[in-house]
Write a protein that binds this ligand. Structure first.
Ligand code: 5GP
Length: 221
């Protein structure tokens, strides 16, 4: 990365987190398709230490270049339904005609290991996490305008026209849910949005309630 010095600031200031905290913090990031959320999440994973993304399960077909178990775990509808029955998802939803879900086991393994976890999920899934009373920090990414959102979706050669119209229609519905989130980032400039997201993550890590009391005891010895 070009911004080596800035990275170092974040790495040094946050690296003792696993010793300080018992369990990781859950960050839920939602946005309408085309708002730039996935790019933003990919960047943040590289710049902030101790932060992991949970790999979701989906029935969607892999796009060109996507790797199984890295971008998603690609499964059949039947396998997905069986996982629902076995209650293996903390949340799941049908998005743009495909099923997506977060594995309870994968998420808990990461959080219990002390990692902070970023979930890149839609507004329905975020709502389910909120209702389940899981502690989490809810972040919503907005496009600067609907015109720009349409342009971004048009530039995605992998989407059919029909799929694009579906995503735009869903975007209007999703944006109305923005006030159910703790933070809103308007993604007009990627670099700036990365900084804002980093700021949210670092601030949440520093909440006194999230510090392991044993760490404070060790300071007092
Ligand atoms: P895409 O097909 O473009 O990768 O993702 C479509 C939408 O599904 C995005 O809004 C993405 O955040 C959402 N999504 C991805 N994984 C999950 C998941 O595990 N649960 C839910 N509810 N939505 C997901």
């Amino acid at each position: 990365m070009k911004t080596k010095s800035r990275n170092n600031i974040f790495r040094k200031s946050t690296s003792p987190q696993p010793e300080k905290r018992k369990k990781g913090v859950l960050f839920i990031v939602s946005a309408p398709s085309g708002a730039g959320k996935t790019t933003l999440c990919m960047r943040i994973i590289k710049t902030v230490d101790n932060l992991k993304m949970s790999v979701s399960f989906t029935t969607r077909q892999p796009r060109f270049g996507e790797v199984n178990d890295l971008d998603y775990t690609f499964i059949s509808k039947q396998e997905f339904q069986s996982m629902i029955k076995r209650k293996e998802f903390v949340e799941w939803a049908e998005v743009h005609g495909n099923l997506y879900g977060t594995s309870r086991k994968r998420l808990n393994n990461l959080l219990n290991a002390g990692f902070d976890v970023l979930l890149d999920i839609d507004t329905q899934g975020a709502g389910q996490i909120k209702e389940s009373c899981r502690e989490g920090v809810f972040i919503f990414i907005l496009p600067p305008s609907m015109k720009i959102l349409r342009e971004r979706l048009e530039n995605r050669k992998s989407n059919t026209k029909e799929d694009m119209e579906k995503r735009l229609k869903n975007a209007l519905k999703e944006i109305k849910n923005y006030n159910r989130y703790d933070y809103v980032i308007i993604n007009s400039d990627l670099k700036l949005s990365v900084k804002m997201l980093e700021a949210v993550i670092i601030s949440e890590r520093l909440r006194s309630i999230k510090i392991d009391k044993n760490h404070i005891k060790r300071i007092l010895i």
